[in-house]
Write a protein that binds this ligand. Structure first.
Ligand code: FMN
Length: 432
């Protein structure tokens, strides 16, 4: 059956209600984040001011409340048969509302204000950026700046990279009451991950990966999820996925590209490999790669049988993707069936900045989103981008002024929506 996008979007919206969860103390600052995976925008001037928080977070501080464990009878992996573990994994997923539209983990980019913006526009769950487990255990400044959340920020995956089970457990225990999954990054292919021996480079040491997953599954109160890349050979991928499930992984996100396939814009993700993983496992499986608009979501879910999709790069340009909006790139050839969605990236950016005023983050993250969301606009008026790059110390006044300047230049680049996809987002973020 071909799903009608409008009904599809609305039914997913209504299925996405997460149970109430505890609030989290909001952060202050740090400059230790591994700056990997960044791409494209012209380099801003290097300045420590970019690592400063955009405002004082003191007013945000909230203590966690007592959280009921999603696994009230103990840790998910403890003393259970494979069948019972899978049942529990599904029960947890169902309790979260079976989210299908998910913000992928992105260093310096899937931070709280961006997650909140994406949630407002249809995202049903989100990952934090990858956190470095050792630095997280050692440095208060890193913890308070790099991990922030709030009670509306659920369902939430908190992602760590690690290569030591004890350190990973210590890091995970600090945040488990603020999230719905502790996720292990097994997919980062960057040089920094090779040097640090984490991410996709752990594909060369599967016994270590197994011990990381087991350690968490046996000792945490929230389930463990993993995000992997595929091996060049399908059989290796399937053995890997089965091993993770047996070790206690409760949900697996599969990025359908190999460790060497780094250019996501040029290399298509292998949905057939994701489908094979889905068929081989009993736990929920998420598909990652090639999600650029809602038609991709629909095809991916159909072709892979996956339980949800993650999107990364496209969301950075268009955080309203999951509400049915698309950039002009994705209407080529079907212009007649699309119309101006009466929303544009500059408006989304203003909404993002408002979230940043509420939930402070380092300026470097805001700068990165400015480049991503206004990339098309800057191509037309590069002098405005130059002005941003020349500004080493950012302020909200300056950034709002920059958006006004683009508008005063008479520029507007709409996001488009399919005729049948008209979803209106109310001020509180619900679809009407
Ligand atoms: C800016 C950026 C940062 C990323 N950081 C992370 C990360 O912290 N952890 C991770 O597992 N993947 C990270 N990724 C990879 C994405 O989560 C995703 O797997 C990849 O981009 C493929 O999805 P896409 O085709 O929708 O972009 C990052 C990607 C981008 C573009």
């Amino acid at each position: 059956m071909k799903l009608k996008p409008y009904g599809f979007i609305l039914s997913l919206f209504s299925a996405a209600k997460a149970p109430p969860k505890p609030a989290m103390a909001a952060p202050s600052l740090a400059q230790t984040s591994a700056n990997f995976h960044t791409s494209a925008p012209p380099e801003p001037p290097q300045d420590l001011d970019d690592d400063l928080l955009c405002s004082d977070p003191q007013a945000q501080g909230r203590e966690p409340t007592d959280d009921a464990s999603p696994f009230p009878n103990g840790s998910p992996g403890r003393c259970l048969s494979a069948g019972s573990r899978a049942e529990r994994a599904w029960a947890h997923w169902a309790e979260l509302g079976r989210p299908k539209l998910i913000v992928a983990p992105m260093v310096d980019n899937s931070e709280l204000p961006f997650r909140m913006l994406c949630r407002k526009y249809g995202a049903e769950a989100a990952y934090t950026p990858m956190l470095h487990s050792r630095i997280f255990t050692e440095t208060e400044k890193y913890r308070s700046t790099e991990f922030t959340t709030c009670k509306e920020d659920r369902p939430l995956f908190v992602q760590f990279c690690a290569n030591d089970p004890d350190i990973l457990l210590e890091a995970a225990q600090r945040v488990e009451s603020y999230c719905d999954y502790i996720d292990i990054n097994l997919g980062c292919p960057q040089r920094i991950a090779r040097r640090g021996n984490y991410g996709a480079f752990l594909m060369d040491n599967l016994p270590l990966v197994k011990s990381l997953v087991q350690k968490l599954a046996l000792n945490l109160n929230v389930p463990v999820s993993c995000k992997i890349r595929v091996f060049p050979k399908l059989e290796d991928t399937l053995n890997y996925a089965r091993m993770l499930e047996e070790a206690g992984c409760s949900l697996l996100a599969v990025h359908g590209r190999t460790r060497d396939e780094k250019d996501g814009k040029k290399i298509r993700a292998d949905w057939l490999a994701i489908k094979a993983v889905k068929n081989a496992l009993s736990i929920p499986v998420l598909a990652n790669g090639n999600i650029r608009h809602m038609d991709d979501v629909e095809s991916c879910l159909k072709e892979t049988g996956a339980d949800g999709v993650l999107s990364a790069e496209t969301l950075l340009e268009n955080p309203a993707l999951f509400a049915g909006y698309r950039t002009a790139d994705w209407i080529v050839g079907s212009e007649e069936s699309h119309k101006d969605g009466h929303l544009d990236q500059a408006e989304l950016l203003v909404e993002y900045l408002k979230f940043c005023e509420k939930y402070p983050v380092p300026w470097r993250m805001i700068r990165s989103h400015m480049h991503k969301m206004l990339g098309d606009w800057f191509k037309i008026h590069p002098q405005v981008r130059d002005e941003l790059n020349a500004q080493s110390k950012l302020t909200f006044e300056f950034l709002y002024g920059l958006v006004d300047k683009l508008k005063d230049l008479g520029l507007r680049i709409p996001l488009y929506i399919k005729d049948e996809d008209v979803v209106r987002i109310s001020a509180n973020g619900s679809a009407t």
